[in-house]
Each structure stands twice: as C-alpha cells, then as structure tokens.
Ligand binder design. Structure first.
Ligand code: ITT
Length: 193
C-alpha cells in the first residue's frame, strides 16, 4: 500500500525529485497545491534546520499524515558558504538564475571554486518532535553554465561524483548522487524501520 507524505514546497523541481526517488519505494508524495492549500513561509531561520522546520510546521496543522519539508542551498567555500540559506532569494533578488550565475562568477574571480549543495529534510509526525535528515554533494562552480537539466544552480554546479555538471546530468544520474537523494535515503531508511 502507498504511504502518503506531504512535502511542504512550492518548488516544482524539488517536488519532482522527491516523487522520482520515493514513488518506487511506495510513497505517495502530495504537495500543498494537491490539497488546495496555499503556503507562504517567512524563512527567517538562521540554519537549514530551522527553515526546514518552519516550512514543515506551516502545513502540519492542515493534515493528519506525516509532513516533510526541504531546505537546501548552494554553499561556496570561498564565499563563506554564500548563497547558502539565501540561494533562492539571492537569485530572485537579481532577477533570475542567469544573473546569479554571472554575479557568482565575478565574485569568484581568482578564488577557489569549491562548493557543495546541502539539503536538510525536516520530518514532522503528529505528536512527535521534528527529526532531521541531511545530505551533501561536493563539486565546484563552473565559469560557464553547462546544460539545461534540473533547476536552480544545476547548470553551474560540476559534480565531483558524476564528473559533469548537474545541468548535463540525466534525472537518474542526479538522483544517484545529489544532496537531496542522500538526505532522502536517510529519511526512507528511518521511515521503513
Ligand atoms: P520551497 O521553500 O518552497 O521548498 P525554495 O526553492 O524556496 O522552495 P529553499 O528555500 O530550500 O527552497 O531554497 C533552495 C534553493 O537552493 C533553490 O531554490 C535553488 O536556488 C538552490 N538549490 C537547492 N537544491 C538545488 C538543486 O538540487 N539544484 C539546483 N539548485 C538547488
């Protein structure tokens, strides 16, 4: 029987990755839109954990099934982990991802390009305290975007494990190594134990 989970997100790229990875394991992933719920969360936490918890709590009162929320971002070593928590807001503030790619490229002139994607999932089940599952994937920032697969910063992130940009990777390739896939693997292990 399919096990339901509600993913508290407005990001269709994330939602697709959760469905692709968890549907074959027997999970049915709902999003707020499926339940005609609108959520706009002020992500004013100071850590990925705090923000993932804010997003999960914002929706948990509406349903009686386990809720998950994902807070994630691109952390660049030479920029003290910027844009990190602010990855989505930074791109939006510049008018979109192409402008963010160019701006990061300028900031990184003459500096190390080492970076990682981080993902923190908060799981909220009725009557239990929040639990967190985290994953990272390592790589570097490319000088030019490569490919147009995925979403967000995928075209400028060269994955060490894949030996290519996430923007050039198939969905299956990204889902085999990504920060999100690693966090989801820990979550699904917990849920089936
Ligand atoms: P929700 O809060 O509604 O889930 P969001 O996109 O605002 O959607 P976050 O606040 O967690 O989510 O910001 C994550 C941002 O980090 C995301 O919008 C991208 O800019 C970047 N990011 C995270 N994971 C990524 C991935 O797998 N590929 C590319 N960019 C990613």
């Amino acid at each position: 029987m399919n096990k339901p989970l509600l993913l508290s997100t407005n990001n269709p790229g994330k939602l697709k990755e959760y469905r692709d990875i968890l549907a074959p394991k027997g999970y049915l992933i709902y999003c707020p839109k499926d339940l005609a719920i609108e959520i706009e969360v002020e992500e004013n936490g100071k850590t990925f954990r705090e923000n993932s918890c804010l997003k999960a709590k914002a929706i948990s009162e509406y349903v009686n099934i386990p809720v998950i929320a994902d807070d994630s971002g691109l952390c660049i070593d030479a920029l003290d982990d910027f844009p990190g928590l602010y990855s989505a807001r930074y791109a939006a503030s510049l008018g979109g991802y192409p402008a963010a790619y160019a701006d990061l490229n300028k900031k990184l002139e003459g500096k190390s390009r080492l970076a990682r994607f981080h993902c923190c999932i908060c799981l909220l089940e009725k009557g239990k305290k929040p639990l967190y599952f985290e994953g990272d994937c390592l790589g570097r920032i490319l000088t030019e975007p490569q490919g147009n697969h995925g979403f967000g910063y995928d075209p400028i992130f060269f994955s060490d494990e894949l030996g290519k940009a996430f923007g050039e990777a198939s969905e299956e390739e990204k889902d085999a190594v990504s920060h999100r896939a690693k966090a989801i693997a820990k979550l699904s292990l917990y849920l089936c134990l």
